[in-house]
Design a protein around this ligand. Structure first.
Ligand code: IP8
Length: 252
């Protein structure tokens, strides 16, 4: 089977995070076209952006179980997922939606179980599974938010992809105004104060949350790259394995 690559495209690339449910349709089209040119073996995860974070905050899902909040947050992220899936279809790919609400079980906010078998079968058949940050059932809290970053990190541990690439709206991990070529756990205390939240409403922790997931993944032996997916052409280069942003270094 072709080597698997996992790509995440952040919600700040696909949407305007400051305005409720405002998708950047042209960006979705451009990204879909780039992905279509990248060949088989891809699992795509996207963030929620202004579809989901607003709802999760409005219903205070981080603090309490709220059935209406679960439904409305999920419906919102599914609306964005539909737009991404449709963009990919129009660009000539064969995408299929995979919703974490029905395939992921959490325990206190962390993934306890996830159905990976169907995702691997989709990839084998040339489909692109399209997952997204979502609300999922949680053994302790009733329901909780699962970020696209946590999904990437869990999937990468499960399927050991050749490439893990996270497209954001910035050029990588920035410290002192410069993009760091590489980050390891040892660097974190030095740069922690610069890992701020992303613009707009964000319930899953911006760059800091992303680094936590990716450093854990790195310690499990899987490196990943954080790059700017808003810059045309970088998705293709990241998926070819080029160093186009910050490498989050795994064990050698
Ligand atoms: O945008 C968050 O996913 P993310 C999911 O990948 C929800 O952090 C529903 C807010």
């Amino acid at each position: 089977m072709t080597e698997i690559r996992v790509l995440k495209v952040g919600g700040s690339v696909l949407t305007d995070k400051t305005r409720l449910e405002s998708a950047r349709i042209e960006e979705i089209g451009r990204i879909a076209a780039e992905i279509a040119g990248c060949g088989p073996g891809l699992i795509l995860v996207h963030g929620a952006g202004s579809f989901g974070h607003f709802h999760a905050e409005r219903y205070r899902l981080a603090e309490r179980f709220d059935p209406e909040g679960v439904l409305e947050t999920h419906r919102s992220v599914v609306r964005l997922n539909d737009l991404v899936v449709e963009g990919l279809r129009r660009a000539g790919s064969s995408p299929v939606p995979v919703h974490p609400l029905s395939s992921v079980l959490l325990k206190d906010g962390r993934i306890e179980a996830m159905e990976v078998g169907p995702i691997l079968e989709m990839v084998k058949r040339g489909l692109i599974p399209v997952l997204h940050g979502d609300v999922s059932m949680d053994l302790i809290r009733g329901a909780a938010i699962v970020s696209g970053d946590q999904l990437v990190s869990h999937l990468a541990r499960a399927v050991k992809p050749g490439i893990v690439a996270l497209g954001t709206a910035v050029d990588g991990v920035i410290s002192d105004g410069k993009v760091l070529p590489m980050v390891r756990r040892a660097d974190i205390s030095r740069i922690a104060s610069e890992l701020g939240p992303s613009a707009g409403v964000d319930v899953t922790g911006g760059m800091g949350g992303k680094m936590r997931e990716l450093l854990d993944l790195a310690e499990g032996g899987v490196s990943s790259v954080i790059f700017n997916a808003s810059r045309p052409g970088l998705i293709e280069r990241a998926l070819r394995g080029e160093r186009v942003g910050t490498l989050v270094e795994g064990r050698r």
